[in-house]
Design a protein around this ligand. Structure first.
Ligand code: E4P
Length: 221
């Protein structure tokens, strides 16, 4: 499963990239607003950090087909690793179909059930993003939508990658991996949580202390 960071904060992206496990970044208008700089400048800076290790999703804000298509063409022209994020609406589906025919990659976002996800796949979306946390917030099982989309994808041979989004805690990451999601995108806080374990820190400290108890001339470093 690929690991994406759901943020527009460069320091977070640089840190995660330095850990060697980052496969891409997703952003949205809310995250872009928090970055506090020009949208294009910030997306380009993220795109440069990610390079050829993966993709960067940049969201369109028009709600009509023409506007979505134009904005998607624009953001994806900035760098080869940029994917256009388009909401799952009737216009979003129409725009996605047109863009897919032109070879423009679309991340279909704001997907809240399997039928929306199925339509995103049929429209030719490159990624389909079910919003796990927000579905859970509405009293339903967000991960069930991921499981259903993974099954639908394999049953019908769709190429679309299932991107588990709106991840809120480490168990969402585990469940997305077990469900067969192609990608999980998560806030930096969750990525940090899945890297760290208190027993790793305690165990490491004990190993280091014991190592130092070996006389210096009996150890190579
Ligand atoms: C995904 O692409 C979205 O940007 C994101 O995961 C939304 O997460 P939220 O529900 O925590 O805002």
């Amino acid at each position: 499963m690929k690991i994406f960071l759901d943020t527009a904060i460069l320091d977070e992206i640089k840190t995660a990239a330095s850990w060697g496990i980052l496969d891409g970044v997703t952003t949205n208008p809310t995250l872009a607003a928090r970055a506090g700089r020009s949208f294009k400048e910030n997306i380009l800076a993220i795109s440069e950090i990610i390079g050829d290790r993966g993709t960067v999703s940049a969201e369109t804000v028009s709600t009509d087909v023409e506007g979505m298509v134009e904005e998607a063409r624009l953001v994806t022209s900035w760098a080869p690793n940029i994917v256009a994020k388009i909401p799952c609406t009737p216009n979003g589906l129409a725009a996605t179909r047109r863009l897919a025919e032109e070879g423009v990659r679309v991340n279909m976002t704001l997907v809240f059930n399997a039928t929306q996800g199925l339509l995103a796949m049929k429209a030719g979306a490159f990624y389909v993003s079910p919003f796990i946390g927000r579905i859970d917030d509405a009293g339903q099982d967000g991960m069930e939508v991921v499981r259903q989309l993974v099954e639908i994808k394999h049953l019908y041979g769709f190429q679309t990658e299932v991107l588990a989004a709106s991840i809120r805690h480490p168990m969402h990451v585990v469940q997305a991996a077990l469900a067969g999601a192609d990608i999980a995108t998560m806030p930096f806080k969750v990525l940090t949580q899945i890297v760290k374990h208190p027993l790793t820190d305690v165990g490491l400290q004990r190993f280091l202390d014991d190592w130092r108890s070996i006389p210096e001339d009996m150890r190579p470093f």
